[in-house]
Design a protein around this ligand. Sequence first.
Ligand code: C2E
Ligand code: MG
Ligand code: MG
Ligand code: MG
Length: 280
Amino acid sequence: RAKECGRNHYQIYNHAIGAKVKEYVAIENGIRQALDLNQFQVYYQPQLNLVTGKIDCMEVLARWLHPELGWVPPSQFIPAAEEHGLIVRLGEWVLRNSCQQVHDWQQQGLPKVRIAVNFSAQQFQQANLCDRILQILAETELEPQYLEIEITESLVMQDKETTVTMLKRLQSLGMTISIDDFGTGYSSLSYLRILPASKVKIDASFIRDTPQSSEDSAITAAIIAMAHSLHLKAIAEGVEHQEQLDFLRSHHCDAIQGYFFSRPVPADQVVLLLQAQGQD
Ligand code: C2E
Ligand code: MG
Ligand code: MG
Ligand code: MG
């Protein structure tokens, strides 16, 4: 087959691999450098509690403004960091930075909110993950009840027993465990019984066409009902319209997150949101 393709094909193929290798190394170096030079940033997306009408939690989202490439989306640099074994460093940087920030806000007398931090599977492959988290909480003087750990179903499936043991420990220390992108993972519902979580985040893909799509609306309503019967809170991701909010409210969804309420914003804008909340 190689012979049939001839010399030119081989060269093109070889060239393409060379370009891929270069790109691969460039991204790896880029992430390392960004970590060293503090080029990553942390944005916060507030979650609106539909019962109290207040912000009670904010999701922490990593941002990267590359000096030449501009904004690099997390959908690119998170998988790259995972692939290059840099996600543990990046994850710890994000955790430390956001814990420090939320502690500062508390010191300033702003209304107290939790932060929800995304974790990757590789972070749970560290045997000492719980101790590292506790270390960062101690360093930043943040109480564990203000930290929420976001995990996905696929993260748990990687090494179920060890992960469940770790999550139980984190929960017993006062942290909230929430299941991100709920409903999209390759998993069975039965593991919900053994998973120490207190919150499910209904994936944005189910919310997008709710309430127009009767199928998506049915799934959304079913997830909320199931969460409640298991004594879990339900929050909807990717809420962009009033009609979605109305539907979620009528199905007693506990909270919403999405552009309709707020986009992810830098820390200085969070201060304004929290100040406004403190006044009413
Ligand atoms: P995620 O954890 O599911 O985060 C929610 C994503 O939805 C965020 O994308 C957010 O900006 C976006 N979003 C929120 N509201 C809306 C909306 O109303 N409409 C639309 N279209 N999108 C909305 P983002 O910031 O691009 O992050 C993408 C993913 O990257 C996250 O999905 C998370 O899996 C990952 N990620 C981001 N930061 C970190 C991090 O620090 N560590 C790890 N391990 N993963 C992270
Ligand atoms: Mg998340
Ligand atoms: Mg999500
Ligand atoms: Mg996610």
